[in-house]
Design a binder for this molecule. Structure first.
Ligand SMILES: CC(C)(COP(=O)(O)OP(=O)(O)OC[C@H]1O[C@@H](n2cnc3c(N)ncnc32)[C@H](O)[C@@H]1OP(=O)(O)O)[C@@H](O)C(=O)NCCC(=O)NCCS
Length: 347
């Protein structure tokens, strides 16, 4: 069943795998297998914890003369903005066929999604999308910071000197406990932290983390329980190939919102130690939170750069609080869904 909103339809489960959706997906995601695309969409739209009562989240599809020409998916986010919870959504999988671009379709898709999600958020990843969001009057909160640092200085130096890829240790020392269940996440107190969060951001719940990381098709995330000052936090990371052998991309450190720099540093140090013992050469973190950045960014060889812009706004012209990026607690896990990589791994 589909529900029409001007020329944009909210495509529900039956239609998602139907011929029109397949026609569009094969043009937008050529090179990936259709089963991989369907699996990814099922995870994003049907298995998402925000999808309730057997229905799944809509995919907004613009059709031109009966033929789909563009699409937008939303990851719902229970956003905390200046102390208020707002129903918001991250714009993901946002594409218009090249033949149909610059005709207002992107704008129409956003307008349709805004009927369900009053505040929309996005990372303006391309020049076109960044301009589109700004042309809608959205607020540009600023850029996320990416910090890259060697995990083991001597090893990286030796590998460079000998021009060899970093060796991966076969023997793992006793490492942090790996979190694999929602029960383990709940035992850490994560649902309670979500209600105590004070800054702008997307509060984490055990249900969200389970879906986002432990059930994500195609991509493998590792969740470690780490100790600092008698308190447990959860470090989420992913392994990527790198010149130095492999690098760890830290998606986030989920911890009580009131944790200070020293405590966060304790968790990160424990995480870096464990990564080093596994042969990791370089570690990368993408965040907005000054506490996390201060705790991680030490070290002469750390490199800092700016990543994508966080933009957000409403489509009905009503104002939203303008909160600069330094007051947001956003992590790579919020929005970097690596959709293309998930499809590639599944194909
Ligand atoms: C981003 C995208 C979805 C925009 O869709 P669209 O239908 O072309 O957008 P619209 O026609 O509604 O554009 C509205 C406004 O956005 C801006 N804009 C859109 N595309 C632009 C481009 N290529 N260059 C500069 N400005 C652009 C313009 O201000 C435009 O208004 P104008 O045409 O009157 O100047 C489309 O370009 C696309 O699919 N890009 C490739 C994938 C992508 O970048 N996805 C977004 C990831 S976050």
């Amino acid at each position: 069943m589909t529900v029409a909103i001007s020329s944009v339809e909210r495509v529900t489960s039956e239609a998602l795998t139907g011929p029109p959706s397949q026609w569009l997906a094969q043009r937008l995601f050529a090179g990936f297998s259709w089963p991989a695309h369907v699996r990814y969409c099922r995870w994003l739209l049907a298995e998402n914890p925000a999808a309730r009562d057997g229905d799944h989240l809509p995919l907004y599809v613009f059709s031109d003369g009966g033929r789909p020409a563009g699409q937008l998916a939303i990851i719902p986010a229970d956003l905390l903005l200046e102390g208020e919870r707002v129903r918001a959504g991250w714009c993901v999988d946002f594409h218009v066929l090249p033949t149909h671009q610059r005709k207002g379709i992107g704008h129409e898709l956003l307008r349709a999604a805004a009927l369900d999600f009053p505040v929309l958020l996005a990372l303006g990843e391309t020049e076109a999308s960044a301009r589109l969001f700004r042309s809608c009057g959205w607020f540009d909160a600023g850029q996320q910071t990416v910090v890259t640092r060697p995990v083991s200085l001597t090893r990286v130096a030796l590998d460079r000197l000998l021009r060899r890829p970093a060796a991966v240790k076969s023997r793992d020392c006793r490492g942090p406990a790996i979190i694999t269940s929602i029960a383990a996440l709940r035992r850490m107190g994560i649902d309670d932290w979500a209600t105590r969060q004070t800054r702008a951001g997307v509060p984490r719940t055990a249900e969200f983390v389970l879906w986002r990381y432990l059930r994500c098709p195609g991509l493998t995330y590792v969740l470690w329980a780490l100790e600092s000052e008698g308190q447990t936090a959860c470090l989420v990371w992913r392994r990527l190939p790198d010149r130095s052998g492999w690098r760890a991309r830290i998606l986030e450190l989920i911890c009580p919102p009131e944790a200070g720099v020293e405590q966060v540093r304790g968790w990160l140090r424990a995480g870096l130690r464990a990564l080093r013992s596994r042969g990791c050469g370089v570690c990368e973190l993408r965040a907005t939170d000054p506490t996390v950045l201060a705790a991680f960014g030490a070290g002469m060889l750390a490199r800092r750069s700016l990543a994508t812009h966080l933009v957000y706004g409403r489509m009905d012209g009503r104002p939203v609080p303008r909160v600069p990026i330094t007051q947001w607690s956003l992590t790579a896990g919020d929005c970097d869904v690596d959709a293309m990589e998930a499809r590639r791994e599944l194909s």
